[in-house]
Write a protein that binds this ligand. Structure first.
Ligand SMILES: Cc1cc2nc3c(=O)[nH]c(=O)nc-3n(C[C@H](O)[C@H](O)[C@H](O)COP(=O)(O)O)c2cc1C
Length: 184
């Protein structure tokens, strides 16, 4: 079983990478593999509501990662999305991608339905719950069961956040349990 892990930060080895690694390690210990994608720092399109995806199931724009995310997620058993908190929300470039990914996948009968998902945030100080809410909406719109932990899925970038690490470890264990219980 394999989960797609999408790092919505421009930084390959930043805080979001660290937080996602904790979730991945807990999933791996429970026997669920992961594969990573990084949205990075290249330009990302917003949705232009052209509705071309209604015909193809893919986004009409082919010059960024949207279609690769759709195809890799369709081949996966679940999804973990991490984001740095920007202005008390998720990274705008990540949201621009996810608008197109989830719209194109949904106009063809909710093709991500049944795949467990969860979101992870990293931040300096405040805004994680609104960022989590933004990301969880893509999952619940799409019929994806959402894995939870025992607090908000967040890790602080200031100093040692061992509490946050425990929360993310628990999230990885719960995500693996959900994947194993629900995937064929
Ligand atoms: C444009 C921008 C806006 C930010 N807004 C917030 C914010 O609202 N709240 C917060 O706690 N941290 C904020 N931060 C800090 C980042 O969320 C934090 O450094 C994050 O852990 C970076 O993750 P990364 O290393 O994976 O990119 C902001 C950073 C940037 C660049």
């Amino acid at each position: 079983m394999k989960v797609l892990v999408l790092n919505g930060s421009p930084h390959k080895a930043g805080m979001t990478d660290r937080a996602l690694s904790i979730v991945e390690a807990a999933m791996a210990k429970a026997g669920v593999e992961s594969e990573r994608m990084l949205i990075g720092n290249k330009p990302v399109r917003g949705c232009i509501a052209c509705e071309k995806c209604e015909d193809t199931g893919l986004c009409a724009f082919t010059d960024d990662l949207a279609n690769e995310i759709i195809e890799r997620l369709l081949a996966s058993d679940g999804l973990v999305v991490g984001t740095p908190v920007y202005f008390a929300g998720a990274n705008g470039a990540l949201l621009a991608l996810l608008d197109r990914v989830f719209y194109a996948a949904s106009v063809h009968g909710k093709r991500f339905a049944g795949k467990p998902a969860c979101a992870v945030t990293t931040l300096w100080r405040a805004g994680s719950t609104s960022a989590l809410d933004e990301l969880n909406r893509y999952f619940t719109f799409s019929g994806m069961p959402v894995a939870s932990s025992t607090y908000w899925n967040m890790m602080l970038n200031s100093g040692d956040d061992s509490f946050g690490e425990d929360v993310l470890h628990q999230l990885g264990e719960n995500m693996a349990r959900l994947v194993k219980a629900t995937r064929p």
